[in-house]
Every structure is written in C-alpha cells, then in structure tokens.
Design a protein around this ligand. Structure first.
Ligand code: GTP
Ligand code: MG
Length: 189
C-alpha cells in the first residue's frame, strides 16, 4: 500500500564561530537562526549556543550546534575546551577594521593547534570558512574594497576551505556560507 520512505539520516554537527571582538559573530548566528538583526552591541561573555535544524536533502537532516565564542576568549585559555568535538568553523572579521583581519590568522592557528577531526573522519584539520563581515558598510564607503584574487590566495595559503563576503545586517551570503560549510562536512561522511 505505502511506499517505504528512504531511511532518514540525522547528523549533529558542532560548528565553532570565532573571530575578534565585535566582528559580528553573534549577529551572523542570530540572522542565520532567527532572521533578526540589531545594531545594539552586547559583547558575548565566554560562549553562547544556538541550534539550527537544516533539511539538507530528502534523506539527510543536519542539526547544527553553533558555538558562539566571545572574541576576548583568544586571550583566555578556554578555547581548547570549547573546540572539543567540533567538525567545522567560521572565522569572522570586520571588513572595516584591518586589525580584525590580523586576528584571522591567529584564530586559524589556534583552531589548527587545538582541534582535529575524529579518527573516523580522517583526523585532519576541520573545514574552516572565512567570513568577511559587515560588507554593507563597504557600499557605504567604509573600509577597503575586497580583492577577490588576494582573498583566494590567502585562503589557499592559510588552509581555509573558502571565503564569503557577508552582511548580518543585509542578510548577504550567510545561508550560502553555511551551506558551503555543511557540504564540506557532509562530504567527509
Ligand atoms: P563579541 O561577542 O564581543 O566577540 O562580538 P561579536 O563578534 O559577537 O559581534 P556582534 O555580533 O555582537 O556585533 C558587534 C556590532 O557590530 C554590533 O553593533 C552589530 O550590530 C554590528 N554588526 C554585526 N554584523 C554587522 C553587519 O553585517 N553590518 C553592520 N553594519 N553591522 C554589523
Ligand atoms: Mg558575540
């Protein structure tokens, strides 16, 4: 009578969101999970969590557990604890603040030093996607325009899977970046 549905597979992925203070990590997560944005800045203390359930395909449901790590944690000694069991990460910088781009390399090094994929996944580095956030401000004349070729080269040298220009304010490229990271992890399965 009834066609048996193909078995549904569910995956739980722990994803880290790191980057310097005020680069927009919390705003990106709020936009992605709740589709809201606020100009109020309330710095994250320690770590926050959010869950997003994604129907990835007809057979695959992905539960993303997003770990929103405070920018100031780079100077603390808790990141090793926070990173445990993560399968992917976003590193966020603010396109209007070159100093936050310097933080990118430091965050990537911190990730590479402290987190590896579980043995069943090959044990290498987790996929990391770079987010050049607040791109709406570039259109308003703040900061330096992004040079895509330089960014490609930087990502290749630093071992980033990919980069995206994002705006939590305008909801630009956040879904795309998340999809890219999920795909990178799904293809490890
Ligand atoms: P910490 O928790 O302190 O590490 O900061 P954070 O990286 O979580 O930054 P948060 O999301 O709190 O954003 C900091 C400020 O930047 C807030 O005032 C946000 O409104 C603003 N902001 C975040 N994303 C964007 C964006 O895409 N465009 C613009 N114009 N402002 C943004
Ligand atoms: Mg925050």
């Amino acid at each position: 009578f009834f066609q048996a549905n193909p078995p549904t597979r569910e995956y739980l992925y722990k994803i880290l969101v790191v980057g310097d203070l005020g680069t927009g990590k919390t705003s990106i997560i709020r936009r992605y999970v709740h589709n809201i944005f606020s100009t109020n800045y309330k710095s994250t203390i320690g770590v926050d969590f959010a869950l997003k359930v994604v129907q990835w395909s007809s057979e695959i449901i992905v539960r993303l557990q997003l770990w929103d790590i405070a920018g100031q944690e780079r100077f603390g000694n808790m990141t090793r604890v926070y990173y445990k069991g993560a399968l992917g990460a976003f590193v966020v910088y603010d396109v209007t603040r070159p100093q936050s781009f310097e933080g990118v390399t430091k965050w990537k090094q911190d990730l590479d030093a402290k987190v590896t994929l579980p043995g069943a996944w090959g044990g290498g580095h987790i996929p990391v996607v770079l987010l050049a956030n607040k791109s709406d401000l570039l259109q308003d004349g703040h900061g330096q325009a992004i040079q895509p070729q330089e960014m490609d080269k930087f990502c290749q040298e630093q071992g980033f899977a990919h980069w995206f220009e994002t705006s939590a304010k305008d909801n630009t490229n956040i879904d795309e970046a998340a999809r890219y990271l999920i795909q990178s992890i799904v293809s490890l399965e």
